[in-house]
Design a protein. Sequence first.
Length: 407
Amino acid sequence: MAAGEAGALTGYAMAPGAQAIEGALAGDGGPLLKEGPHTYKDSVRPGERKRYTVELDGTSNAYVSAVAAPKPGSAMGPRDGIDVALEAADGTPCGAGRHRTFLSAGGAYPVADYAERVPRAGSACAAAGTYRFVLERGDAAGGDGAPVPVELQYVTAPPGDEGPGGQGGPSSTGGSWASQAPRMPDGPVRAVTGGSGFNDAAEVGAGSWKDELRPGETRFYRVAVTAGRQLFARARFGAAPSGGASPYVSGGVRLGLNNTARGYVMNRTTGYQGKPAVVSLATPPAASGGGVAVGDAVRGMRFAGWYYLQASLSPRAGTGGTGASVASAAAAVPVTLDVDVAEARPGAPAPKPASGVVPAGDKARDGRLRVIGYTGVGTGSALLAGLAGWTLAARRRTRRGGGVTGA
């Protein structure tokens, strides 16, 4: 779907053929979510708690995800968002639940995360059987109370040391990881039209890519990240063509990241006042295997595979001081996405990593590509086979952008 077309803003696009279902509002039942390439769609109202059924085996790691996609330009309540959890039949949680807010200060955008089950001896959720995936929406007070569409998916990965929680040796980065790219690619800027969801995310590699967003829109891009490598990305938002003064919008521009199972990795935002602004992110090494996972970023980077960047522009950006965004092609803001994927490097010595995240250890590797064997994510995994020999373009020294961590 092309960006910049006049008329309605481009909203989140679910996978073609997504099956419509309705989660149960009470009781132990709920529609069955099948493992694999099946995608489901539902909607959730403020305060609703919906239940779905999943059948788990006794060995695989299981990931059940939800994408909640408010209408572009929506103003959501400050306490609005989603919670996801996986429970045993008796209600025992299989792990910590995950909470994602719509970050309404800068304008709502799609949010996604998964609930997981990693079988461990003696745990309540180690056995094969019937489990419940629970999706709950927050309080919409002060915002849009309309139902929010959600996209659901259930995938598995074989057990092993492919991610945090597995067994492995010390990290090759010495327990810390670089938060700044050694260099960013230097070369021609290529045009790209970002996708409107995970399903149609535009593939990008190392280099610079130009796109445009209208206020209220989010664009999706996918990047292949192999084991032991870090992803570095920078979004350079241009000036808003408002033709006048623009109000300052806290969290007005955003760069987010989710993993191949749609799990949350990180979110970066900064303010926007119609003038050029930069948001950057740097990840821990992918599939670093072993140790104890601490923090969203380390947990989220447990896989080798596709990672999904999202660039968002607040619906309040480029209003010309009127307080009302202009949904037209003329309101499009240019954005340049700089991407690099590089071997993990140790971070600068410090008492604690700047982010407060302690990365997991890393098992020694022989340089071969390691890809999680997802059921239902085979397309992305297969495409990685040709990426192990990537070489980076000629580079120049990077200047760190002014990204600020979002809530």
